[in-house]
Design a protein around this ligand. Structure first.
Ligand code: MLT
Length: 404
């Protein structure tokens, strides 16, 4: 008899943001007059900045002429972009990453879901709890997580590292030894950041036990604190234990344009094998390269004009963070994050569950957020708001929440 991949069948429900989308669409259908504001999924609202638009137009024109037309791009990315990233994101921050250790992709979500393919099926993963659901779900699909217990909302073979207010949303080193450790800083969903000192402890730990850290730094553009590293490679020893995933979505508004990259240093070996070779093989086999026009657009992110415009754009979203944080604090809510990250993580009032608060916010304030429990059991009684709305909508949303 034909059998599907039964590991997929173990996944409970639908992907978190699909569920939220469905719920808010149903509410809008039932209340067509309601002006619903979404501060749920972390999708940007500001248009691509002029420097990027200019680069896109020029690249589109290149595609119209035989002499400048581009077909398949190199599967690992154009060398001009990889060199620019190596210089700006790494060399200028004192990190040693060479262009050929950078793999351009269609975004951090794909890379963070796909990276697990290069590890053995019996690897033990450790994740923060709450966590960006892609890390766990992609490992479930690969058959690496055991069975799901709906009571505890946990997978039997996953090591959970609770991140709660009591530990400043940074996990303790786990008691059981993992093979793969997922860390995301600045953090989605809690908005917390990690100091270089704390992150260095993780790097030392991973090197000591032979684990690999998958470091998701998609939100690094939001860092303001001087002691918070923008890359894990700022920590000594990270080249031999860490893979870093980066995105152009949140620093440059590419959520719809799609582009990201993953860094796999050549020093990173496990079982005598360079993970760089495995990821290159995987990328070359399954990916035909990110579009030329989008990679050209990314070059503008690093131009003087682009840097200046993007600083303003990130500043716009950071202002939203302050609007949300100040208003919620004023109304007596317990709030976290929102300083080095575009997410505000609040405690639900009156011991309400995260989904109860979701429903109440939608019904009473017509505001959509993300229930903390959707990110893991330790997210229960928390709720996430994103700063990626427009300034006007953000102000209006918090006004309604305050009134509620
Ligand atoms: C989120 O809301 O957590 C993010 O937008 C999801 C993503 O970047 O894929």
């Amino acid at each position: 008899m034909y059998r599907v991949n039964e590991d997929y069948l173990k996944l409970p429900g639908s992907y978190l943001f699909s569920t939220i989308g469905k719920k808010s669409r149903a509410f809008k259908e039932a209340h067509p007059e309601a002006d619903v504001i979404s501060l749920g999924i972390g999708d940007v609202t500001q248009p691509l900045v002029p420097a990027i638009i200019k680069a896109l137009h020029a690249a589109v024109d290149d595609m119209s002429r035989a002499e400048t037309f581009h077909g398949y791009s190199p599967d690992l990315g154009y060398s001009w972009l990889r060199e620019t990233i190596a210089k700006n994101d790494y060399e200028d921050r004192g990190c040693s990453i060479s262009p050929d250790e950078i793999f351009i992709s269609d975004g951090a979500k794909s890379d963070s879901g796909n990276i697990q393919e290069i590890f053995s099926r019996d690897s033990r993963i450790a994740v923060c709890d709450p966590v960006y659901p892609v890390y766990v779900d992609s490992n479930v699909m690969a058959g690496r997580c055991g069975t799901y217990d709906p009571k505890t909302e946990r997978w039997s073979d996953v090591i959970y590292m609770p991140c709660v207010a009591e530990n400043n949303f940074t996990p303790e080193l786990p008691k059981e030894e993992p093979d793969i450790i997922y860390l995301c800083y600045p953090n989605n969903p809690t908005g917390a950041s990690i100091t270089k000192e704390r992150l260095s402890e993780w790097v030392d730990y991973a090197n000591r036990i032979g684990a690999v850290i998958i470091y998701d730094a998609a939100y690094e553009a939001y860092i303001s604190a001087p002691d918070v590293p923008h890359s894990i490679y700022e920590c000594e020893g990270a080249r031999s234990c860490a893979i870093e995933i980066r995105s152009f979505s949140k620093n440059a508004g590419f959520t719809g344009t799609r582009l990201g990259f993953t860094v796999v240093p050549k020093d990173l070996e496990r079982g005598g094998v360079k993970l760089h070779s495995l990821w290159a093989r995987r990328h070359g086999t399954k990916f035909n390269g990110a579009p030329y026009i989008v990679q050209k657009a990314a070059m503008a992110v690093y131009s003087e004009e682009g840097k200046k415009e993007l600083k303003e754009q990130v500043g716009y979203y950071k202002r939203n963070c302050r609007v949300i944080m100040d208003a919620l604090k004023e109304s007596g809510y317990e709030v976290y994050g929102g300083v080095d990250a575009p997410y505000i993580w609040m405690k639900t009032p009156d011991q309400m569950t995260s989904w109860e608060f979701f429903d109440r916010l939608l019904e009473k304030a017509h505001v959509v957020g993300t229930p903390g429990s959707g990110f893991g059991p330790s997210g229960e009684h928390y709720f996430r708001l994103t700063a990626f709305g427009t300034y006007e909508n953000t102000k209006e949303a918090v006004r309604r929440i305050q009134r509620m």
